[in-house]
Design a binder for this molecule. Structure first.
Ligand code: SF4
Length: 303
């Protein structure tokens, strides 16, 4: 999985390489791999001015590789800064046997940060399992994704967070751009990420780091992960796009970076279409003309 090349030397020193970066042509040992990943994440933070003095950073922590790696990286990099605080926030979607909140709690403890956990049940009064039971699983990821975003924002805001750190990596970013193109969703492709009142700004420090490198970073720090697959994951369009993109990027290694750049530059080229958000009178969360989260929850309850 990690393109390990036995007996290859690190391109920067004489130690044994643990990974080959196809896109850079470099073989890297453990130390140089960690330094390279952390430099990419720090550059992303600096260039996008993601973090400022006084910030309270809530890290969305599922307990999986990406979010655990992010929490570790942020506490390692900023944990000693007295002008910043970092907390961990887990959302339980209510999918039996899937979300392991105990694993998330353990990771937060290991990183020395306060852990908070909220559930769909507690915030919107239903669970993904109940929604699937009622409406079938064809759109499970749509419901789950919209409600999870709602819960994360509500909880982060009530905890006083000024930043919501997400573990999305380069692959996630590239997939999102391609998915928008495949859906023909031009509006989403050109929407600006300007601040919206009521929305805790999201930051993605690993947006320039490939998925497999984030996974390796997590494994080097925490050892193995026993991640159970979501029983509804087969419905995700993302899974198809992931396969398609990985296959293409194997032959054209810069593709994921190209898609990420496209997603970042389109809003500026198209004149920054501002998102037309307002505050939903029902749930108090930012929304468009109609509140998608409220209408999905009403539908799920059969109202
Ligand atoms: Fe929710 Fe879909 Fe992810 Fe499962 S795969 S947790 S249903 S978004």
């Amino acid at each position: 999985m990690y393109d390990r090349v036995d007996a290859m030397q690190c391109s920067k020193c004489r130690r044994e390489a643990i990974i080959w970066q196809r896109y850079s042509g470099l073989h890297l040992c453990r130390e140089h791999f960690i330094a390279d990943l952390e430099a990419k994440a720090k550059r992303e933070i600096r260039q996008r001015r993601m973090i400022a003095s006084g910030d309270v950073i809530a890290v969305a922590l599922s307990g999986g590789k990406d979010s655990s790696a992010l929490l570790y990286f942020l506490t390692k990099t900023f944990g000693k800064r007295r002008d910043l605080s970092i907390i961990a926030l887990t959302v339980d979607e209510g999918i039996a046997g899937y979300r392991d909140t105990a694993a998330a709690r353990r990771i937060a403890e290991e990183c020395g940060v306060t852990w908070h956990c909220v559930s769909f049940e507690e915030i919107v009064g239903t669970t993904t399992d109940q929604i699937v039971q009622r409406l079938g699983d064809a759109l499970s990821c749509t419901y789950c994704g919209v409600i999870r975003r709602h819960c994360l924002n509500t909880a982060a805001r009530s905890l006083g967070a000024t930043r919501l750190a997400m573990g999305m990596n380069l692959d996630d970013e590239a997939q999102s751009v391609l998915m928008n193109a495949l859906r023909g969703d031009a509006e989403r492709m050109v929407r600006t990420s300007a601040p919206v009142p009521g929305v805790v700004p999201r930051i993605k420090p690993f947006a320039a780091v490939p998925e497999r490198e984030v996974a390796l970073y997590a494994i080097l720090r925490f050892g193995g992960f026993t991640e159970k697959g979501c029983p509804y994951a087969h419905n995700a369009l993302r899974a198809d796009v992931r396969t398609l993109l990985n296959d293409y990027a194997y032959r054209h290694p810069a593709t994921k970076y190209a898609l990420k750049n496209l997603g970042e530059h389109l809003p500026a080229i198209c004149g920054d279409t501002p998102s037309r958000l307002r505050v939903c009178p029902e749930c108090g969360e930012p929304c468009g003309d109609t509140c998608r989260s409220c209408s999905l929850v009403r539908e799920a309850r059969g109202e």
